[in-house]
Design a protein around this ligand. Structure first.
Ligand code: SF4
Length: 374
């Protein structure tokens, strides 16, 4: 087995066994903090010596969460609460829950009622995140969260430590983004599924360790000769696009993801933290600058323009819109984004996925047709 394959398999092991990763962190005597999407200031927890642990749901059939949310509710929210009630996150010292969308606004209260052993830290940030008042508000909220995390960690969290943690996170973002570019040149070696696992593993690892792993992988890929692109080149966009069956279908039909605008993947990677004397303000500024996601208020609807630019720059044959079911922010964004893609003559397809889906046959047919059209 090649070294690249061994490396990719190591990422797969982490990405597909988060509980094992959590147990490893706890066995090392460290504290772990759950981080529900989106954009919680996890650098502050990292600065306290705790390991932030991403919680983006899972492909499970939910039961307990249906006592709290209607059955048709967002699958990510359902899965996170269901797993928590069933004890899958036992050992977390707290969970950070941003109040980003309507679905998440109900999460904190339900969590407090249903999951007694993991306290909630609410994460509020300004809807008008780009204006001065919004940046000041977000900064003040992040400082409030520092106080709460200090209590959880039992240590003081200095500005210097937060600034150091920001550097760790920014370096991780940079090497992951580099990886996505290398994948586009090595799609015969790195499948769509492999790509997803490498990016997903970062949510369950110490970011420093993940950075070292990705750096090693990038080095190996860069040393390989560039490969002819396998199949059709696409850009994916949406909240998440990593259900196992969807990835398998994309691999079966030979698609190559040459870039993405997925909130769970490259949207976070593209924005590094601006320099500022106050690390909390620097994080608020980063939040103000993030583009390409429906979950952050964007009155000018720049996502479609960015999507067109990403697709053109990557030389994509088409764009795949992966809609998460019952996600109204995504549905609102779809119309202007589709208009922008159509005006730019970029073929595009929308599919709808959720983490509890079992039958992918319609999606398989749609993607096969899309490939043939491209
Ligand atoms: S997928 Fe949509 S509805 Fe669900 S938590 Fe994310 S933004 Fe909210």
């Amino acid at each position: 087995m090649s070294d690249v394959r061994k490396c990719l398999d190591a990422f797969k092991e982490v990405a597909t066994s988060p509980r094992k990763q959590l147990d490893k962190v706890l066995a090392e005597g460290k504290k772990a903090i759950g981080v529900i999407p989106y954009y919680a200031p996890e650098e502050i927890a990292y600065a306290a010596g705790m390991i932030p642990f991403g919680m983006w749901g899972a492909e499970v059939q939910v039961t307990e969460s249906k006592k709290y949310f209607p059955a048709f509710y967002c699958s990510i929210v359902h899965a996170c609460l269901d797993l928590a009630i069933k004890g899958a996150y036992k050992g977390l010292s707290a969970v950070m829950i941003p109040l980003t969308c309507d679905s998440l606004k109900g999460m904190g209260a339900n969590w407090q009622y249903g999951v007694k052993d993991i306290p909630v830290i609410d994460v509020a940030y300004a809807q008008n995140r780009k204006i001065l008042g919004g940046i000041d508000f977000t900064t003040s909220q992040f400082k409030k969260i520092r106080n709460q995390l200090q209590e959880v960690a039992g240590v003081l969290i200095s500005d210097k430590a937060v600034a150091e943690a920001i550097k760790v996170y920014d370096e991780n973002r940079a090497v992951c983004l580099e990886f996505t570019k290398l994948v586009a040149k090595h799609s015969q070696t790195v499948s769509v599924t492999d790509r997803a696992y490498v990016l997903k593993a970062r949510y369950f690892m110490d970011r420093k360790e993940h950075t070292e792993w990705v750096k090693a992988l990038n080095g190996m890929l860069a040393a390989l000769p560039e490969e002819a692109v396998k199949g059709k080149k696409i850009v994916t966009t949406g909240i998440m696009a990593d259900t196992a069956e969807l990835l398998k279908i994309l691999d079966d039909f030979g698609f190559t993801i040459v870039a993405d605008q997925i909130t769970h993947e490259s949207v976070d990677l593209r924005q590094e933290t601006p320099a500022d004397f106050d690390p909390f303000r620097a994080m608020a500024l980063r939040l103000a600058h993030i583009e390409g996601t429906s979950v952050l208020f964007e009155p000018e609807k720049l996502r479609g323009k960015q999507l067109v630019e990403i697709a053109k720059e990557a030389g994509a044959d088409g764009v795949l819109w992966v809609n998460t079911k019952f996600c109204d922010p995504e549905e609102f964004d779809y119309v202007p984004c589709k208009k922008a893609l159509d005006e730019a003559d970029i073929p595009n397809l929308q599919i709808e996925v959720d983490q509890q889906m079992v039958n992918y046959e319609q999606i398989r047919t749609a993607l096969e047709t899309f490939r043939d059209i491209l």
